[in-house]
Structure formats: structure tokens, C-alpha cells
Design a protein around this ligand. Structure first.
Ligand SMILES: NC(=O)c1ccc[n+]([C@@H]2O[C@H](COP(=O)([O-])OP(=O)(O)OC[C@H]3O[C@@H](n4cnc5c(N)ncnc54)[C@H](OP(=O)(O)O)[C@@H]3O)[C@@H](O)[C@H]2O)c1
Length: 315
């Protein structure tokens, strides 16, 4: 099988490539801005680092395309310039990918394009409300006019153009990915290890999460099951609130979760990014993903965090 991955050097892409390489029989083309990235050296045997899609020879049949590339969404404050960069990095890459796909005589069997649960927008009332909003949002949930939602809407719309080329297309709306060496957990870990962690704001906002192994395997599930298409939520069936997440993380690390981060500090330090990504969260559930028969290896948060943090806890 020949696979093309954009953004394959990232946190999620590395996990997918590692499984592809371990199973063998696969050639992987990684579209990257930096072919010298040391990450690629770890997987050199069957991989080709390319900086432009035209570097794939016309005679090479690509069977599967996985589209992950994009400027990190939570690394910098959302200035107008940064928002433009976040948006353009996904739209331009996906647009170029679609233009290239249109030129291929033999089309790939499937395009799997990343998106995020940000598609479902923000929950503005969570700070004011005494209650957590228990409304479950499945794959039929509606978007709103927040930046994260507009980003996902435009990104998905670009990718879904592949259906017009006759390519089976899956959109994976990803929650907070938990894994070793990367993603949101790496950023949270230090304060929690120091006993300085705690809930964010009221802690009532939902925090849909997924173990990186389940996310990786969901991509393979889509590849292996030709009847699957459209949107799938990549979130554990057991959603937790931010407060439950903080308590569980502290408990797995045998530390207290005593120091909440007040909402006003988040707003001051991070502005709109903090409001949309940290202070707001909907109860997103993987209804279609489950109904299609995907079996989560890590449905439970404590089990997921224990698996990820065991080494760190011991050291
Ligand atoms: N991790 C999560 O919790 C999570 C949650 C929801 C959605 N997602 C989405 O899933 C995708 C993969 O996530 P990830 O955690 O693996 O992301 P990541 O670690 O940030 O990797 C994304 C990759 O995209 C490429 N990239 C970065 N900035 C770019 C730019 N300005 N223009 C073009 N390409 C750029 C980079 O590859 P090169 O440097 O090799 O070009 C990078 O390795 C992302 O698009 C992300 O938004 C992730």
C-alpha cells in the first residue's frame, strides 16, 4: 500500500507512520516543509520525504491520503496575523492537495482529513451557569461563528471536495489527543507534577479527549472498512469535565489538584484562544464512530493516563 501523509512529522502523524512501518508492506510519502527533520530519520526505510506533491512520480499509485498539516493552533496568542496563518496553513495545503488529486489518473481509494471538535463551536454560558451543560453533541452537531468552528468548517469543506473526484472521504473531528511526548498533555504535565495543577476556570467545561493509540487506530479503521465515509468524532465515549480531568491527572501522578487557574487569568494571558480552547467545551460523543463498530482500546481516562504516564510517574 502506498500512503501520502501531509503533516506526518507531527504528534499524530508520527504515531500513524510508526504503525505503518511496524506492519510493513507500506511505502509512505511525507509532505513536509523540512525534509531534514530528524523525526523522518527514525522511519527512513520505507519513507520518502517530499516538499512538493509533484515529486511523486506520475507512475506511482497512491492508495491512501492522510491530511494532517497545519500551523499549531494552541502555541501562540491568536493575533489577526496568527489566525490568518492557522487558517491559511490548512486551507492552502488542502486546496493544493485537492488540485493535485484532480490531476491523478488513478485516484487514491480514500482521503482521510483531520478536523477538530472545535467544529461544534463554543459554549458561552459555562462560566455563568451553575450546571454543566449535559447536552450530547454527536457527528450531526451544528457549527457556530467562533474562530475554531469557522476554521474547521472551511478546512472540512476543502477536503470534502474530494468526493466530487470519486474519492471516499473521511473527516476525523479530533478531541484533545493524549499521548507521550507531545500534544496538550505535555504542556500540562509540569505544573501537575509540581503539585501546582488544577481545574481551569469553573472546570465545568467539557473536555473531550482521546488516547493517541485510539486516534491512530481510527485512521486504520477508516482505511480498512470501505463502507465508512463522512464525519467521525475522534473522542472517547467517556467525556469528562475539565475539573474531572484535572482531578484524574493529579491522582494518577499522586499529586494534589489544588490550584485552579482562574478564568480571568486565562483570558488575560491567552485572549480568544484561551476562551475558545480552554474555557469552553461541549460534550462531544463519538456516536457514529461507535455505531460503525470502532472499539476503543482506552475508553476510560484513568486507564489512558496511567498507560501514558507510567514511565514518568516511576522516574
Ligand atoms: N493534537 C491534538 O490534540 C489535535 C486535536 C484536534 C485537532 N488536531 C489537528 O490534527 C492535525 C495533526 O495534529 P498534531 O498534533 O499532529 O499537529 P502537529 O504536531 O502540530 O503537526 C502538524 C504538522 O503540520 C505541519 N505544519 C505545521 N505548521 C505548518 C504550516 N504553517 N503550514 C503547513 N504545515 C504546517 C508540520 O509538518 P512539517 O513541519 O513537516 O511541514 C507539523 O508536523 C493538526 O492539523 C491539528 O490541528 C490535533
Amino acid at each position: 500500500m502506498n500512503i501520502l501523509i501531509t503533516g506526518g512529522t507531527g504528534f499524530v502523524g508520527q504515531a500513524i507512520i510508526a504503525r505503518l512501518n511496524s506492519e510493513g508492506h507500506c511505502q509512505v510519502w511525507v509532505l513536509t516543509r523540512n525534509p531534514e527533520n530528524p523525526v523522518l530519520e527514525n522511519h527512513l526505510a520505507n519513507n520518502h520525504a517530499i516538499t512538493c506533491l509533484d515529486q511523486i512520480e506520475e507512475g506511482t499509485t497512491i492508495d491512501v491520503v492522510i491530511n494532517l498539516a497545519g500551523e499549531p493552533i494552541a502555541d501562540k496568542r491568536w493575533s489577526d496575523n496568527q489566525k490568518q496563518k492557522i487558517m491559511a496553513s490548512r486551507i492552502t495545503t488542502t486546496n493544493k492537495l485537492l488540485a493535485w488529486l484532480a490531476t491523478r489518473t488513478i485516484k487514491p481509494k480514500i482521503l482521510i482529513s483531520a478536523s477538530a471538535i472545535g467544529y461544534y463551536g463554543v459554549q458561552t454560558s459555562v462560566e455563568a451557569s451553575d450546571q454543566t451543560n449535559d447536552l450530547e453533541i454527536d457527528e450531526t452537531g451544528q457549527p457556530d461563528a467562533s474562530f475554531s468552528s469557522e476554521l474547521c468548517q472551511r478546512w472540512e469543506s476543502e477536503a470534502l471536495a474530494a468526493t466530487k473526484l470519486g474519492i471516499r472521504t473521511c473527516i476525523i473531528r479530533i478531541g484533545v489527543v493524549l499521548g507521550k511526548d507531545g500534544g496538550a498533555l505535555s504542556k500540562m504535565l509540569l505544573p501537575f507534577k509540581l503539585g501546582l495543577g488544577g481545574r481551569i476556570g469553573s472546570g465545568k467545561q467539557w473536555m473531550p479527549w482521546i488516547h493517541i493509540q485510539d486516534l491512530r487506530d481510527l485512521f486504520f479503521f477508516c482505511i480498512e472498512n470501505p463502507q465508512i465515509e463522512g464525519v467521525l468524532n475522534a473522542t472517547s465515549p467517556n467525556v469528562v469535565s475539565n475539573k474531572q480531568f484535572s482531578t484524574c491527572l493529579a491522582s494518577v501522578l499522586s499529586r494534589p489538584a489544588a490550584l485552579p487557574m482562574p478564568a480571568f487569568v486565562i483570558k488575560l494571558l491567552m485572549g480568544q484562544m484561551g476562551e475558545e480552547l480552554l474555557l469552553s467545551g461541549k460534550k462531544v460523543v463519538p456516536k457514529k464512530t461507535l455505531s460503525l463498530g470502532y472499539h476503543f482500546s482506552y475508553p476510560n481516562l484513568e486507564q489512558a493516563l496511567t498507560e501514558i504516564l507510567t514511565e514518568q510517574t516511576v522516574s
